[in-house]
Design a protein around this ligand. Structure first.
Ligand SMILES: Cc1cc2nc3c(=O)[nH]c(=O)nc-3n(C[C@H](O)[C@H](O)[C@H](O)COP(=O)(O)OP(=O)(O)OC[C@H]3O[C@@H](n4cnc5c(N)ncnc54)[C@H](O)[C@@H]3O)c2cc1C
Length: 455
């Protein structure tokens, strides 16, 4: 079968692209070296076209890999079995905003900065901030979180309703617009974090929240990762409702300074942000200052100025690109784990020590208020070094699982984390495989991801 020709007949010529550059673009996402080229990239314009495509794909056993903004990090969008790369970029309409109900309805390619640009005039925002300009469909599909999760939670906490096309082409509307519901099974939760393995999300209804009246930021240097993370653990245990709590190591700050022209001291640093009213924030900043002093922090610098806060988070958001720029010719391997917060100091310290012992220049940043941290290893194009880097990731992940943490706090499983799923989920994996087989009988949706094959 000439797949591109068949799909052009089904959906129209302008929905289908086989240009080599476009195929190459869709062969992998960020931070994943081993791409696979799809046979064809398809750009549907509406839900009906997605449905027609999936019905065809199930009938003919054609693999389909959905793609949003393609910023995922663990090989999620690699079309591992070839077939169709389903680029949802043209489903990009903001359909409805209902400030009075605190909700917004969007098509999947709308990015979260665009949602927030629109909501600002209503004094509202969608508080999940993964940094990259991710699409809402991709964020739901990875249950993305990011810098503000310590206060506001994850994307899944904001999904009220979804329109989903199943692999057999049925269009389902899941959830509702009520603030809460005890009705039926929670199928929105099933599709949240499914990484495109159960169907295609074509519409999302999101709960949104009020913008804080005031905000403040603080920057605290620490002599080492252990003391920095011990401080964070105490801060969270003390119930201080920080809005963001980021650990950034000296290497990352050095790269950010070179890349963004900032001049932050190049030390292990915790960045905090507080949201609320001015009096409440002042009290929280003071409590954080006291805890920081007791934990051995250096000079505590607070800023209420919006420009300074924006500069600080801009530097944080470009850190991966800044670090990559500082390591020309090396491949970046970025991955995350999450642990119960009391285990954070030892988890972070052990990961950094392992990198040093194996001669890897590594950068560490983390949404440490959630016990979640990211490690980026810079790896030579050499099989032995790649294997050594994988060893560091394996040990970091198994240490997280040993303390009943998770192989991924937010990036997801994709391809790279498949090997840990058996250990993390045990017999529950069989139930997951049963759900997958029920929804996707021909196994066309993003095959090879999320669930390892049964032994
Ligand atoms: C610099 C940088 C920083 C990052 N920081 C964070 C962070 O702090 N926190 C965090 O959580 N993530 C982070 N990420 C990872 C990434 O941004 C998130 O995983 C994001 O949610 C992916 O969204 P996307 O639109 O790019 O999805 P894509 O990468 O295009 O897709 C992600 C997955 O969702 C599936 N998918 C996409 N759209 C749909 C759809 N409509 N229906 C069904 N399946 C779909 C895909 O098949 C794939 O499996 C970061 C990435 C980068 C590059």
């Amino acid at each position: 079968m000439n797949l591109a020709l068949e799909l052009a007949r089904l959906l129209g010529d302008d929905r289908v692209d086989t240009t080599p550059a476009v195929l190459a673009q869709h062969s992998h996402g960020e931070s994943y070296a081993d791409g696979v080229t799809p046979a064809v990239v398809v750009y549907p314009h509406d839900t009906a076209e997605v449905s027609r495509l999936l019905r065809f794909a199930t009938a003919h056993g054609v693999p389909v890999t959905p793609v949003g903004a393609n910023s995922s990090l663990e090989g999620h969008t690699v079309p591992a079995a070839g077939g169709v790369s389903l680029d949802l970029g043209r489903l990009d309409r903001l359909l409805e905003a209902r400030p009075e109900d605190l909700l917004v309805v969007v098509q999947p390619a709308v990015t979260y900065p665009r949602v927030n640009g629109h909501l600002k005039r209503h004094g509202l925002f969608f508080p999940i901030d993964p940094g990259a300009h991710a699409s809402i469909g991709g964020m739901v599909s990875t249950n993305a979180s990011g810098t503000a999760a310590v206060r506001y939670g994850t994307t899944g906490d904001y999904v009220l309703a979804l329109e989903v096309v199943t692999p057999t082409g049925d269009v389902l509307r899941l959830g509702n617009r009520a603030r809460k519901s005890a009705s039926g099974y929670d199928l929105c939760a099933l599709f949240t974090g499914a990484e495109g393995t159960l169907g295609v999300i074509t519409e999302v209804t999101l709960r949104v929240v009020g913008l804080p009246e005031a905000a403040a930021a603080a920057r605290l240097p620490f002599p080492d990762a252990f003391r920095a993370t011990s401080f964070v653990t105490r801060l969270i245990q003390a119930g201080v409702p920080v809005a963001r709590c980021e650990l950034v190591d000296a290497n990352s700050i050095r790269s950010a300074n070179a890349y963004s022209g900032t001049d932050y001291p190049e030390e292990m640093t915790v960045f905090l942000e507080f949201h609320g009213n001015p009096a409440g924030i002042a009290a929280e900043v003071e409590l954080a200052r006291e805890l920081a002093e007791a934990a051995g922090a250096g000079a505590f610098e607070a800023a209420t100025d919006a420009g300074e806060r924006a500069r600080l988070w801009e530097a944080r958001h470009t850190m991966l690109f800044a670090s990559n720029a500082a390591h020309p010719g090396l491949h970046s391997l970025i991955t995350d784990v999450a642990v119960p917060i009391s285990h954070l100091p030892e988890a972070v310290t052990a990961a950094l020590a392992d990198c040093a012992e194996n001669g890897f220049d590594a950068n560490l940043v983390g949404h440490v208020g959630d016990g979640n941290f990211h490690l980026t290893l810079y790896v030579e194009d050499d099989p032995a070094r790649r294997a050594a880097a994988q060893g560091v990731v394996d040990r970091m992940t198994y240490r997280a699982l040993d303390v009943l943490g998770t192989a991924t706090g937010e990036h997801g499983v994709g391809l790279r984390k498949l090997k840990y799923m058996e250990r993390e989920h045990g017999a529950a994996l069989d139930l997951m495989r049963t759900l997958k087989a029920t929804l996707d009988p021909a196994g066309i949706m993003n095959p090879g991801k999320k669930l390892p094959p049964a032994r």
